[in-house]
Design a protein around this ligand. Structure first.
Ligand SMILES: Nc1ncnc2c1ncn2[C@@H]1O[C@H](COP(=O)(O)OP(=O)(O)OP(=O)(O)O)[C@@H](O)[C@H]1O
Length: 267
């Protein structure tokens, strides 16, 4: 199927999601352009994860259109679901690794599902490649998730997300729980991979440093929809109470000017 390079890689229109009486999304529109890193931000409970789950087909929304890689993401057709699965990698917030499998075995899960014909040695070699690509030492491949640090577990989850060489990567709060140095290193890893592999990255985050360091555009979820989707300099100026508080509070100032992090100014 030919893909028009100018078409957004993700196109959401009129999305509605509800849980009982609670309306999480109403008339939500979003475009994600090919090759960009889009940072998705919003208050806790604003619906970032529900949006991601709707886009990757883990949740069937109440209404709206979602196109991913030029196919209907709401389709239940097996070929279409397969196509979306083969072309998207997902790093869930907690890494979502199988605790009883080694890192290598975890990375091989999608390879086994999508390419059962591959010989075991080749599958292992591919897994090793992804483990190294995610910045882990080669010997991590034989370790269980419980034997890794939090940062290494994130990298293992990333290795698994990259197993099928997907053009589209979803990351749910990848730097949550990492120390600032580990978080900055993870940001740089994402940026390097995005540039080297030409990925499009949909990145949910609360981390202002990540937004300033690697995101091409920022989409803000508030009032049940995307209120602005633009380069960060434009988003900073957007007239909305949550946006103003988020981008102009003390933490935002520190993220914008990392050299003047306010040392010695606090009582
Ligand atoms: N399976 C579910 N059943 C009922 N309510 C749900 C379910 N999943 C999400 N919600 C509700 O939908 C709203 C949005 O949740 P979501 O996880 O998308 O928020 P979020 O923006 O990702 O928040 P956070 O930044 O805290 O992770 C929340 O009020 C949540 O309680």
């Amino acid at each position: 199927m030919a893909i028009d390079a100018n078409e957004p890689i993700i196109r959401v229109r009129g999305l509605r999601n509800t849980f009982g009486e609670q309306v999480v999304h109403e008339n939500l529109d979003l475009d994600v352009r090919r090759g960009e890193i889009i940072g998705v931000v919003g208050g806790s409970g604003a619906g970032k994860s529900v949006l991601m789950r709707s886009i990757i087909g883990l949740r069937h929304p109440d209404a709206g259109e979602i196109r991913v890689l030029d196919v209907d993401a709401r389709s239940t057709d097996e070929d279409i679901r397969n196509r979306i699965e083969r072309n998207t990698g997902v790093l869930f917030q907690d890494g979502a690794l199988f605790s009883s499998l080694t890192v290598g075995e975890n990375v091989q899960v999608p390879l086994k599902e999508q390419h059962p014909e591959l010989p075991e040695t080749l599958r292992y070699e591919l897994a090793l490649l992804k483990v190294k690509l995610a910045g882990l030492p080669a010997d991590a491949i034989n370790k269980l998730p419980s034997q890794l640090s939090g940062g290494m577990r994130k990298r293992a989850g990333l290795a698994r997300a990259l197993a099928l060489d997907p053009p589209l990567l979803f990351l749910d709060e990848p730097t949550a729980g990492l120390d600032p140095i580990g978080a900055a290193a993870f940001d740089q890893l994402i940026l390097t991979l995005q540039q080297a592999l030409g990925l499009t990255v949909f990145l949910i985050t609360h981390d202002l440093d990540t937004l300033y360091a690697i995101c091409d555009r920022v989409a803000v979820l508030a009032d049940k929809r995307v209120v602005v989707n633009a380069p960060i300099e434009e988003v900073e100026r957007f007239d909305h109470p949550w946006v103003q508080e988020y981008f102009h509070g003390p933490r935002a100032r520190a993220a914008r000017h990392p050299g003047e992090a306010g040392a010695g100014t606090m009582a």
